[in-house]
Ligand binder design. Structure first.
Ligand code: SF4
Length: 240
């Protein structure tokens, strides 16, 4: 679906969102003063601890708001548990309490342990895990119980820094309302974005973050279209 200048709708959405919200600087990583977004700086993560922080964050935010996941992440940090061995050595009951704020803490404690065990057994550290090519890395991550498409792709994009488009509930909702696709199928929606947008780490990183920003502020369950940057090109808004 292309406009008169030859741009597709997916490109147009990206341009409008970036112009409206500006660079988002995902994924936040901790500095001395707390979690920090780093707009325009794609050098993060810089250390194995930051890679672990992003991977654990991606697990903790499953079915939870980032705010609650972040509290759990902070607690892990306070306990010195942004550490794969440390997670394995911590009793599951204790780990559940540490990450309680993230919700579904029983499953998530198990998932943190399974993920940590998988990295240590198969690779030794995050850097070695991420040395595989994107396809192999994705296959490996998906083989870990509790890691689905969105979590795997978040880890690949933001922690391993390999261009893989992340699809989430906000993405599905938006493309339905924009009249781009109706089927909520992860792989085909991901393909739509990856086929139209250049395979570029910075663009994929920004695009997903911008869709989350739009979903939180405008394209909610009950949409707030009045100030939405996409209202001129949105099918839902035109019909309304
Ligand atoms: S115009 Fe309304 S429905 Fe369309 S993307 Fe914006 S908030 Fe969502």
């Amino acid at each position: 679906m292309q406009d008169s200048s030859g741009r597709g709708k997916i490109t147009e959405i990206y341009e409008k969102l970036l112009a409206f919200f500006g660079p988002q600087g995902w994924w936040p990583v901790y500095s001395d003063n707390g979690p920090r977004y780093h707009p325009g700086d794609f050098s993060y993560p810089k250390t194995d601890i930051q890679r672990i922080e992003i991977a654990f964050g991606a697990i903790l935010t499953q079915q939870s708001s980032w705010k609650n996941a972040e509290k759990a992440l902070f607690n892990l940090m306070e306990h010195g548990l942004l550490d794969l061995e440390g997670i394995l050595e911590t009793e599951e009951e204790i780990l559940r309490n540490i990450i309680r704020s993230s919700g579904y803490f029983r499953q998530k404690a198990e998932r943190l342990k399974l993920f940590s065990g998988f990295v240590l057994d198969r690779h030794g550290d995050m850097e070695d895990l991420f040395s595989s090519d994107t396809k192999e890395l994705r296959r490996e991550l998906l083989s870990v119980k509790g890691i689905g498409n969105e979590t795997a792709d978040s880890i690949i994009l933001y922690a391993a820094k390999k261009p893989k488009f992340v699809v989430d509930a906000y993405t599905f909702r938006l493309i339905e309302r924009m009249g781009i696709a109706e089927e909520r199928d992860y792989d085909s929606v991901q393909r739509l974005f990856e086929e139209e947008m250049p395979k570029n780490l910075e663009i994929y990183s920004e695009y997903h973050a911008l869709l989350v920003e739009l979903g939180k502020n405008h394209c909610r369950k009950k949409p707030n279209c009045t100030d939405c940057p996409l209202k001129q090109i949105c099918l839902y808004n035109k019909k309304a």
